[in-house]
Design a protein around this ligand. Structure first.
Ligand SMILES: Nc1ncnc2c1ncn2[C@@H]1O[C@H](COP(=O)(O)OP(=O)(O)OP(=O)(O)O)[C@@H](O)[C@H]1O
Length: 509
């Protein structure tokens, strides 16, 4: 006989699947309703810069019929009060666009962007204020209700999609490495432990030659207690930078093979300057080394692995014996801020722009950082900046964006290393060392050129065709493209890069 279970009992027994069933229903309803809706039509402006947007829908003259989005996008330059079209198309990057009209969202300098959701709404910037828009619309309340319902539905879909995506990547990662986790989320516990301060008397240091000159400090080779050291000297005016860098080095558990060894710090009483003493890295910066040497596959691999391990450690949030190391975002990762030790392993240095991602009563999650709105953020080296940071499309103090920005920069450095690896150019000459985008934009690209190239054209350093036929080439390419993805959320974490590199090596031996 067939067993009948009372409905209320069935529900309580299977709440989890009911929840997912409901979500699925919402998803199906939304999908069906969007499938039956007419396709969005946007103004299309034909310029070489928007060739990537041709994939967003069928173009016929100056009209584009959108395939996978209902949003139109417009980029305009403002010149002498006049708007000049830069790009108009279906917005393949945005799937949510609450605005009916092309409402200006200022970008850098004189660029304005708008994303909107009515047919041909991207033809012109609409200078209508929100109030006017609400008053001018006869069915404003109805539209608002529809908008609210759509946003709630969309939000549920995004939650569902994000949970599914996270679950998938977590599963994939834990399968690859069951003992570790990709999670670099910030530990909610307060990390206000006392710093490991170590004051050094400057009279015990013997300064020798200058080995590096940066924007804020000069680095000398020196001697301290009989050992070779590097001494980073900050002039009196750079006290803030000195304190910021010292704060990172003095965090608990910062001693790690991937981070340059901090020995102490001090002040010079007579000229009120400040200094930080570190272990001396015999081969200098990765940038200067790659400029002078091509490298073998083994050296390239060890450099990439140690660099990724160092970054993964820096990003990690750890508790050990009651001591808490918060996650730290470097925020100025470049081949000049990576040093090479005697054994050619990489260590990270230069933390004056870093953000310590912790929460303490009365403190911020990340240290605040000043920004120069004329020339872009003061923190970071231009050509290593991720698209979202270049565009300022995100909250720059968000911890996840800072960490994802580091991963983008990591990809560019891995590319720099591999581009000097003789094994990867078997029958050809190894190309000279080049900074990312140096080939395309020259050694000192402007902010505008980088935004155009990296954000609008979605270009990345080119991967040489010979890599396609190498057994490791495919995986290397995948690591690079997954780390420099224009969608920051889609990027790998630093600890996942370590795992990918490990599997690259094991499949190669
Ligand atoms: N421990 C070290 N051992 C050897 N060389 C070092 C060491 N620390 C720094 N250098 C050299 O000094 C250069 C500048 O160092 P650093 O990046 O810390 O200075 P900065 O003033 O903060 O520069 P930036 O302009 O990148 O902010 C490095 O690129 C490297 O060549």
């Amino acid at each position: 006989m067939k067993e009948t279970i009372p409905p209320h009992f069935r529900f309580s027994q299977d709440q989890g699947s009911m929840f997912f069933f409901l979500l699925e229903c919402i998803f199906i309803v939304c999908t069906c309703s969007s499938a039956s809706a007419p396709k969005r039509r946007c103004v299309y402006y034909d310029s070489p810069r928007n060739h990537q947007y041709t994939q967003a829908g069928r173009v016929s003259g100056s009209v584009q019929v959108c395939e996978a989005t209902s949003c139109c996008v417009g980029f305009f330059w403002m010149m002498d009060g006049q708007q000049k079209v830069d790009l108009q198309a279906c917005d393949m990057h945005e799937h949510s666009c609450p605005d009916m009209h092309c409402k200006p969202q200022p970008r850098f300098n004189k660029m304005i962007k708008c994303v909107c959701k009515t047919d041909f709404c991207n033809s012109n910037i609409s200078w209508i204020s929100e109030d006017e828009e609400a008053v001018g619309s006869p069915d404003g309340t109805m539209r608002t209700t529809i908008a609210v319902v759509s946003v709630v539905l969309l939000f549920l879909m995004v939650c569902f999609w994000t949970a599914a995506k996270r679950g998938r990547s977590f599963y994939q990662h834990t399968r690859e490495n069951p003992s570790s986790s990709c999670d670099v989320s910030v530990n909610p516990q307060c990390s206000c432990q006392e710093a490991n301060q170590s004051i050094i008397d400057h009279s015990l240091i013997e300064l020798q030659q200058v080995v590096g000159r940066g924007r804020f400090a000069t680095v000398f080779q020196g001697k301290y207690k009989g050992s070779a050291v590097a001494v980073k000297c900050f002039p009196g005016g750079q006290e803030e930078k000195f304190r910021a860098e010292k704060e990172v080095y003095e965090l608990p558990l910062m001693k790690n093979a991937g981070i340059v060894l901090f020995l102490g710090s001090g002040t010079k009483p007579h000229d009120t300057s400040f200094f930080i003493v570190m272990q001396f890295a015999e081969h200098g910066s990765l940038h200067s080394f790659l400029s002078q040497h091509s490298i073998s596959w083994t050296s390239a691999f060890n450099m990439c692995l140690s660099l990724s391990q160092g970054l993964s450690y820096l990003h990690s949030d750890l508790q050990h014996n009651g001591v808490h190391k918060p996650s730290v975002a470097h925020r100025d990762l470049s081949s000049s801020n990576v040093l090479l030790r005697a054994d050619f392993s990489c260590v990270l240095c230069d933390f004056e722009g870093s953000a310590v991602l912790r929460s303490c009563v009365g403190r911020q999650w990340g240290r605040s950082h000043t920004q120069n709105f004329q020339g872009g953020p003061e923190v970071g080296t231009l050509c290593y900046m991720s698209p979202e940071l270049l565009e300022r499309a995100v909250n720059l103090t968000s911890s996840s964006f800072m960490l994802q920005g580091d991963v983008y920069a990591l990809a560019l450095i891995l590319w720099e290393v591999w581009m000097r690896c003789s094994h990867l150019f078997q029958d050809a000459d190894v190309p000279q060392h080049l900074l990312p985008f140096e080939l395309e934009l020259g050694p000192n690209p402007s902010w505008e050129h980088l935004i155009h190239h990296v954000c609008f054209m979605n270009q990345r350093p080119s991967i040489p065709p010979p890599w396609d036929v190498l057994p490791e080439g495919c995986e290397m390419k995948r690591i690079l493209t997954d780390c420099w993805d224009s969608d920051a959320d889609a990027r790998l974490t630093a600890s996942c890069v370590v795992n990918c590199l490990m599997s690259l090596q094991s499949s190669n031996t």
